[in-house]
Write a protein that binds this ligand. Structure first.
Ligand SMILES: O=C(O)C1=C[C@@H](OP(=O)(O)O)[C@@H](O)[C@H](O)C1
Ligand SMILES: C=C(OP(=O)(O)O)C(=O)O
Length: 738
């Protein structure tokens, strides 16, 4: 750091001032550390304990010589200190403070300085504790803590940069924010909770008869919640006055929320109580996940996840894979729009479907669970959604974004849909364009990419749309918009695609007319709540179907798999390749056909995959490519250009990875030509795509060396527990996180 700071003066050696002094003294980034405190004992201790280099004998003289002045005195004392030193501060001196409120500090500074110095940048390290005084000084206090700088119009960018570096040298992360915004944010996140803690403890302590009992038995929750009631009373008195307006606004919001909860308890309004509790529980997880750029399930983290799969093995046993992702998404959407309470079982607790669930919670729907695949949705009716508090973040999930866009285009309120890095690269023009034809107003980023900004209050009109590509997401998006559009909305598809939306609408009692390749809905109907049993996802089952199909001595049964005719491309393709695959115990569950699938090893042969099977197996191609390299002869895939716009360019990702493993494969614009090949080991990239990661894991059954697969965290989007299940049937795969 080239801060040419030779002398740093810290005024006020409390916990924050002392800790900053100690951190800067130890890292030697800001020259000599000079300490001043009104209380000479604090200075003495500071010197003795090595917190500062020297004590300032004379405040004015020290201030006139300092290159950096840090005001670490209580907010109330700030004005006096500034009045004393202001006339003597040199022109280029950097000045900052550490106060918990910023508006009042700036007000004081404006009163004191006739011209605001360009070196003045107010700041707030968010790193307090209940401890106080220089004895508590801790040079690690700021490590991984946020420091907010609130530059003023007069602050020079150089000052902002230098102070950022100064704080970063202590291990802090620096954020820049406007003064008002800072005070609003802190009122909500810090000042309000302190008021609640003080008030709760004070209220309970005043209970005459049994307060000793309350405190004697108070454990867990009470202790956690009231820890901050041990903070410095004078300091908090000053903060309340300094940030009065923002704090009062937050107290009013909170009081209204509490009154609502009280009323719900009083009249036994379970839906309202559950609404508050489930939303709060989800929000607590949700916020931290949004901040770390990930979506919603506990399985997901922003850690790097690597799979290491050892070669060989065979797969045997009977398993059930998680619930169908497409049906899980739709169960939340239609259950939310229904009248009455919908019970869902077998719900997929993966990132993608949880993102949809969260979006509906954000729009005011009370949803209990998921709890072991069980979800209870308190439907709000077709017109009952409410404006969400902010953008709806749907992580990695194309289905959430595309289906929701149709629904949101017809709502009375504005919305914004955003997603992760992969989703942000995927085309949304395919839904935005036809929705615009219906009268929707949607803004996308460049080239029709997310985020989508959807204007509310638009009256949609039914259209007929001939889809240019075979996409169930586009079809479903338009049918959902059609629930609200004047007249009839009809969609014709160029080839059959999954029809879960049509089936489920029918299951909720909403008429859908199917004429050949065209699905039609009229607006004005109602959905009646129902029960939904989500079958196991055939797309997840695919990895195990292929595993057993390519691996000698395998005999595997996968239970309760959805075999909707629009999803069984994988069964048809594997059978054409010669796989020994049996459907057992075929039955229908809640409008969807289901079977147990048994696969025993049989040698596979290469085929030209019939193009009419492509949309019926669209998510299965990464695994089909693995089956193809393990087959004898040539497999050709054509008409599958849609694979290039999934979570990754799945043609390129598979071609690159398989070449790394020594396979003979060439990509084409709409598919690939794959020769039966021997696979070596190697390191392959999943490109953050769940299906690529799982496909290469399966390839290890036929490789001669270890396959390392990078960036596998997104497996949790569709298949939480994949590694554990794979190991249970005989794959030799380990997950490494780091
Ligand atoms: O409607 C759905 O649930 C899905 C449709 C398919 O996408 P496209 O509609 O883009 O083909 C599929 O790839 C996706 O995993 C889920
Ligand atoms: C393409 C997929 O999902 P989505 O489009 O919902 O992201 C998938 O799961 O393979």
């Amino acid at each position: 750091m080239s801060i040419s700071i030779k002398k740093t003066l810290i005024i006020g050696l409390g916990l924050i001032g002392g800790s900053l002094a100690k951190a800067l003294k130890m890292n030697r980034q800001c020259g000599q550390i000079i300490g001043f405190d009104r209380n000479s004992d604090e200075v003495k201790i500071g010197l003795e304990t090595g917190v500062i280099d020297v004590a300032a004998e004379n405040l004015v003289e020290a201030a006139s010589q300092a290159d950096l002045i840090v005001l670490a005195v209580p907010v109330k004392a700030m004005e006096k200190v500034l009045v004393d030193i202001a006339p003597f501060i040199a022109e280029n001196t950097l000045i900052t403070d550490v106060g918990s409120t910023k508006g009042n500090v700036v007000e004081v500074a404006r009163r004191v300085f006739s011209t605001m110095p360009s070196g003045f940048v107010p700041g707030h390290p968010i790193a307090g504790s209940e401890k106080s005084g220089v004895v508590a000084a801790d040079e690690t206090l700021f490590v991984n803590h946020n420091v907010i700088l609130t530059p003023l119009a007069e602050s020079s960018s150089k000052a902002v940069i230098l102070l950022t570096k100064m704080w970063e040298s202590t291990g802090a992360e620096v954020l820049v924010m406007a003064v008002d915004k800072h005070d609003e944010v802190l009122a909500a996140t810090s000042h309000l909770p302190h008021m609640l803690a003080f008030s709760l403890v004070d209220t309970l302590a005043q209970e005459q008869d049994n307060n000793t009992d309350i405190f004697r038995y108070a454990a867990g929750g009470f202790r956690d919640f009231t820890r901050i009631a041990g903070s410095d009373p004078t300091m908090w008195h000053d903060i309340c006055l300094a940030n009065k307006h923002a704090l009062l606004a937050q107290l009013d919001r909170y009081t209204a929320g509490l009154a609502k909860l009280r009323a719900a308890i009083e009249c036994g309004d379970s839906e309202s109580m559950l609404g508050t509790f489930t939303r709060a529980k989800a929000a607590r997880e949700h916020f931290s996940k949004i901040l770390s750029g990930t979506a919603y399930s506990q399985h997901m983290s922003n850690l790097h996840v690597t799979f290491r799969a050892q070669p060989g093995g065979s797969v045997n046993g009977k398993i059930r894979v998680p619930g169908d992702k497409s049906i899980s998404h739709r169960s939340i959407m239609l259950g939310s729009l229904a009248d009455g309470v919908t019970e869902v079982s077998g719900f997929l607790e993966g990132e993608d479907s949880l993102a949809t669930l969260q979006a509906f919670r954000d729009m005011g729907v009370v949803i209990e669970g998921p709890d072991d695949g069980n979800v209870t949705i308190y439907g709000v009716g077709v017109n009952g959604l409410q404006a969400p508090p902010g953008p709806l973040y749907v992580g990695n999930s194309g289905t959430s974004m595309r289906l929701l866009s149709g629904l949101l285009a017809a709502q009375a309120f504005d919305t914004e849909l955003s997603g992760d890095e992969s989703l942000t690269k995927r085309p949304m023009g395919r839904v935005a364009d036809p929705l615009r034809l219906m009268g929707a107003e949607i803004e996308t980023a460049e080239n029709g990419r997310p985020p989508l900004k959807i204007k509310g209050g638009k009256a949609l009109k039914g259209i007929h749309y001939d889809m240019p590509m075979a996409s169930a997401q586009v079809k479903s998006c338009l049918l959902l918009a059609g629930l609200y559009a004047e007249g009839e909305t009809s969609v014709t598809e160029p080839a059959p695609t999954r029809d879960h939306t049509e089936r489920m609408l029918t299951g909720f009692g909403y008429p859908v007319e199917q004429v050949g390749a065209t699905a039609k809905v009229k607006s004005g109907g109602h959905l009646q709540a129902t029960r939904i049993d989500v079958p196991a996802d055939i797309s997840s089952a695919t990895f195990f179907l292929v595993a057993a199909a390519i691996c000698p001595d395998s005999d595997l049964t996968i239970a309760h798999v959805g075999i909707n005719p629009t999803r069984i491309g994988i069964i048809n393709i594997l059978r054409l390749m010669g796989a020994n695959l049996e459907l057992l115990n075929e039955r229908e569950v809640g409008g969807e056909p289901v079977a147990d699938i048994r696969v025993r090893y049989a040698p596979l042969k290469g085929i030209h995959v019939p193009e009419d099977q492509v949309p019926l197996a669209i998510d299965e191609f990464p695994a089909i490519f693995i089956a193809a390299v393990c087959a004898e002869g040539t497999t050709t895939v054509t008409g599958a250009e849609e694979l290039r716009v999934k979570e990754s360019d799945r043609i390129q990702a598979m071609v690159d990875g398989l070449k790394t493993l020594g396979a003979d494969i060439e990509g084409t614009p709409d598919g690939a030509v794959i020769q039966g090949s021997r696979l070596s080991g190697g390191v392959v990239e999943s490109h953050d795509d769940h299906r690529i990661a799982m496909a290469f894991t399966v390839a290890s059954l036929r490789s001669s060396g270890e396959i390392t697969i990078n960036d596998c965290a997104n497996v949790a989007t569709s298949f939480p527990g994949f590694v554990e299940l794979a190991k249970s049937v005989g794959l030799k795969v380990e997950k490494e996180e780091g």
